[in-house]
Design a protein around this ligand. Structure first.
Ligand code: ADP
Ligand code: MG
Length: 499
């Protein structure tokens, strides 16, 4: 018996075909992964199932019956629940109020309702605190409330859209255990992910989407991560990792007791200290929003610290502005690559912005030199663009390559790089990582700020964890495991700092 059958689903957004003739089915009591790179069409397909989008073509059957789902309300009535990364809970209400909102009103006895929620929490094996205010809950706890909310509304089919993106490893494990239990009690789950190891852990079958098309559906037990990767990207991938130990040089970046306020004037970095040596990558691991943005902005000279020191190759740059940082050979690869480029300027002009002294004489840019320098970098960095293309027309991967080319061609001593591969496809990700490793080999000090733990583990010589604006520990890569880092990332343990 199929819980869901989607047949020949096509969805267009203008000229873009987000879903092209997709067939997808979900068996009752299975966990079925929807795997694909960013932009493959996973969310679109599931928004169609949940009634948020309407397919241009195709039909949907729920438990064998043809269904016309035109709104989430209808989807819920059919027993479908969806949990996205953007939570829909009301922060100022309690867990119980959120769960029962719109169900029975507030007139019913509060403690009775809380008892009911507690019972549901136990029955489904999803621990929540019924009387807690949602705004006091961690991201992982909120996600559990969302899942319980769907189950509480009698969902028999649960869609989870990249549920692990916001979780630390321990929470991921707890989620997987809960899903396993729910599946045994007959729930059918669609688990969207782009992470191969996750879908191999928790799913029964895996359907792969690529460029809006259904590439295939395989049984977990008869496939491998390599095969899945090939299906996802259309070729074999070769994971990039750091090669061997390297004797680190002198400290090129020293950060001492740095304190920084965020935009609201609240402490964003508290007494942060670390060093990055030449020929070394120091990874900063952490869950999003724990001070990473402020750290990279401070090191690029955009935010001034309230106290503490930043030394670059021994020179005090605590009060430097972005131009002074750049002049001191600090290269920054920003978190938001759109903000790093001037979208209305072309590739050659964007590159020239950081090479003005070399490309101009007496204040005038030499156009021919500018174009040929851009072409040289385009060739070297395999950028799919011409010097004349406006950068706003480039894909994310090519934008990132322009930023890398522009920054790395200055041979910086210190490189501060934030979320370098976020949103990039596998090919571009590998390319960017290999370039960072080249910089390490060249002898640069690389500070890698990334929320992608696999990335931090693959590239770093040492790993620091940031939690609520503080460094909770620094470990050599050889001693770092996802479990240990996860505990540090959730603030549960502190390590003795060794760097
Ligand atoms: N509301 C929308 N309007 C226009 N384009 C969209 C919309 N939603 C998604 N897309 C496009 O459809 C494609 C598939 O997106 P999506 O389903 O979100 O992919 P995935 O979830 O696999 O990352 C992307 O190119 C995306 O930009
Ligand atoms: Mg998506």
């Amino acid at each position: 018996m199929y819980a869901v059958q989607m047949k020949g689903i096509t969805k267009r957004f203008g000229d873009l075909i987000a879903n092209h003739q997709i067939d997808f089915d979900l068996k009752q009591g299975e966990i079925h992964a929807l795997l694909g790179e960013n932009g493959a069409g996973k969310t679109t397909l599931m928004r169609i199932l949940y009634g948020l989008y309407h397919a241009d073509e195709g039909s949907i059957y729920i438990e064998g019956k043809l269904a016309h789902i035109t709104s989430p309300r209808q989807a819920i009535q059919l027993g479908i629940g969806m949990v996205t990364q953007h939570f829909t809970l009301v922060p100022t209400l309690t867990v119980t109020e959120n769960l029962t909102l719109g169900e029975k009103g507030f007139l019913v006895n509060v403690s009775e309702m809380e008892m009911e929620v507690a019972k549901a929490s136990e029955r489904f094996g999803i621990p929540v605190k019924p009387s807690a205010l949602v705004r006091h809950l961690s991201v992982g706890e909120r996600q559990r409330v969302e899942i319980l909310k769907a189950l509480y509304r009698n969902a028999r089919i649960l869609i989870l859209d990249e549920p692990t993106a916001v979780l630390v490893p321990q929470e991921v494990e707890a989620l997987f255990e809960a899903l396993e239990r729910l599946r045994k009690s007959g729930l059918s789950v669609i688990f969207i992910s782009h992470k191969l190891n996750e879908v191999m852990t928790v799913c029964d079958r895996i359907s792969v989407l690529r460029d809006g098309q259904h590439v295939g559906t395989v049984e977990k037990d008869s496939t491998t991560q390599t095969e899945l990767a090939r299906m996802m990207v259309g070729r074999e991938t070769f994971g990039i990792t750091r090669q061997g130990e390297q004797k680190p040089g002198r400290p090129l970046l020293q950060v001492q007791n740095l304190n920084v306020l965020d935009r609201k004037g609240l402490p964003a970095l508290k007494d942060v200290s670390f060093e990055v040596h030449g020929g070394e990558i120091l990874g900063i691991a952490g869950v999003s929003g724990n001070g990473q943005s402020e750290l990279s902005q401070t090191l690029s000279g955009m935010i001034k610290p309230t106290s503490g020191k930043i030394l670059v190759d021994g020179v005090d740059l605590s009060k430097a502005d972005p131009a002074q940082m750049a002049a001191a050979q600090v290269g920054c690869i920003p978190e938001d690559r759109h903000a790093g480029l001037v979208s209305e300027l072309n590739v050659a002009e964007n590159i020239a912005l950081m090479h003005l002294e070399a490309l101009s004489s007496r204040g005038v840019i030499n156009q021919i030199q500018m174009k040929s320098f851009a072409q040289q970098l385009i060739d070297e960095y395999q950028i799919k663009a011409s010097p004349r293309d406006r950068t706003r027309t480039l894909s994310g991967g090519n934008m990132q390559k322009v930023i890398l080319a522009r920054t790395l061609s200055r041979h910086p001593k210190v490189i501060v790089v934030s979320q370098p591969t976020r949103g990039l496809d596998v090919g571009a990700t590998e390319y960017v990582r290999s370039k960072l490793l080249e910089q390490r080999e060249r002898g640069a000090a690389v500070l890698l700020i990334s929320e992608d733990l696999d990335e931090v583990l693959a590239l770093s010589d040492r790993i620091a964890v940031i939690y609520e604006g503080q460094i909770t520990g620094i470990l050599p890569a050889s001693q770092a495991t996802p479990e240990r880092l996860g505990l540090m990332m959730s603030g549960s343990i502190k390590e003795v700092t060794s760097g």
